[in-house]
Design a protein around this ligand. Sequence first.
Ligand SMILES: [Zn+2]
Length: 409
Amino acid sequence: MKKNLLLVMLALVLVLASCAGDSGTDDTSDPGTGTETWLPDTAAPDTEDTSETHDTVETSGRIELEGISFTESEISLRAGQAFVPEIVFDPGDTPYRELVWTSSDENVARYSAREGIVAVGEGECDITAASVSREDITASVHVTVVRREENMVERISLDKYEVNLTVGLTDMPWVTMYPENASDKREIWVSDNTSVAAVNSYGLITGVSEGTCTVTVRSAGNESVYAEVTVNVSAPKVFTEVTYVDGILIANKTYGLPSDYNPGIDPDAQSALDSMISGAASEGISLWVVSGFRSYGTQQTLYNNYVARDGQGAADRYSARPGHSEHQTGLAFDLNSLEQYFGETAEGKWLAAHCWEYGFIIRYPQGKEGITGYMYEPWHVRYLGTEVAERVYNSGLTLEEYLGITSVY
Ligand SMILES: [Zn+2]
């Protein structure tokens, strides 16, 4: 009788210990009966008997446990990491769910009711769960603990957490991983909806179809650290008509041209340009054309190349989306050099001072990016005819301000 009493007390201790252990695993271990916890009726008079006869089939109506298993037989952890294992009970609706946990080497890993399997130190061991009701039913998971990485990534910072794209275009958030001396800064990029936006291994996001999705970048060296980007993809605006404001043909970010608007260089603009080039030459200034008319298709190729190189946000500051380029009007020219220092050269200064005399304006002046939608382009001239060009020049305004129109996508 004294021995039996000891057995009952031992069983009670094990049950209490394992009930605490269940609290960390109930959510995942029991798809059949949810989080319901069955407490064995230890006070029942037949407890002593069943505790010693568990090899025989239970006849009290309860569903006898036949086996347990881990969903993963091997796991790898870094020292200090914890992992909540998932246990499958067979049959799924058995109420005999109490387990006792042991480790073959507590210096490598141990089981904690609160945290699950906790990696302690480098090495390998087995963590075993045994059924309280039938101690011959056990399952083990082999645990490999690797040394803690000293310089693990702890935080990921992005230059943008929201990206707005039109279908077919791309953008790439800039990633910074901290601490800066982290040893493994590899990135893992995933889109949660690749039918809306795709992302490659470098973080280049491409708009696929209209909608919103989330792109996540994760540290390959420490997968618990990640950052998310909301990606909004819109369909491109389609223009079917050209827009004139006060008789002036407009192509900017607000007003686009139809894809089949393909006039070539305007003859008046060409002859005015020829006059300007000879006028400049007579004053010892050499001007030449770098770029004139560009078709919708040419602009599309150009813009997509810039976007692929610099991302859409950066490209939109200096290159027009297809349909929005002033070069498609046949009234614009880029001269000499596509570098901003051109504005400081003798040629650039001459152009800024005299182009109005030939019917041109410097279309994207310095400090007006917020109005024209483009960075300073001292090389880009737009033909307006001498009358209008003189008025715009004398006003000191951009064409947008002069006409009272916007230039935004
Ligand atoms: Zn240009």
